[in-house]
Write a protein that binds this ligand. Structure first.
Ligand SMILES: [Cu+2]
Length: 98
């Protein structure tokens, strides 16, 4: 009984750490081609996006929060995270790279 409790205690510690390590590291790279404020979309020329298994291409993405677009301009190199939300590839995080 004590052993089982210990196994759960250790798993409870390691699992969140593993999630944390996988999360922030998985950003993809791209370049802003066009910003469409009214539809809350941005066109990116992007490299491979490992977490959704997408090869490099140029395409439009929806952003989760329209305010994200205000910090970007055409030509910016960016790092971003895409998730599939209700069937749409949605940018949940994006930042310009200096
Ligand atoms: Cu794509």
């Amino acid at each position: 009984m004590k052993f089982i409790a210990r196994v759960f205690a250790i798993a409870g510690l390691i699992f969140p750490l593993a999630l944390y390590a996988a999360g922030p590291a998985e950003l993809s790279e791209g370049t802003v081609k066009k910003i469409d404020q009214p539809t809350h979309r941005v066109m990116l020329a992007h490299g491979p996006i490992a977490n959704i298994g997408m090869p490099p291409m140029t395409m439009m993405f929806k952003v989760m929060d329209p305010a994200m677009l205000k910090k970007l301009k055409d030509g910016d190199k960016v790092r971003f995270r895409v998730e599939e939300i209700e069937g749409d590839y949605t940018i949940v995080r994006i930042e310009a790279v200096k």
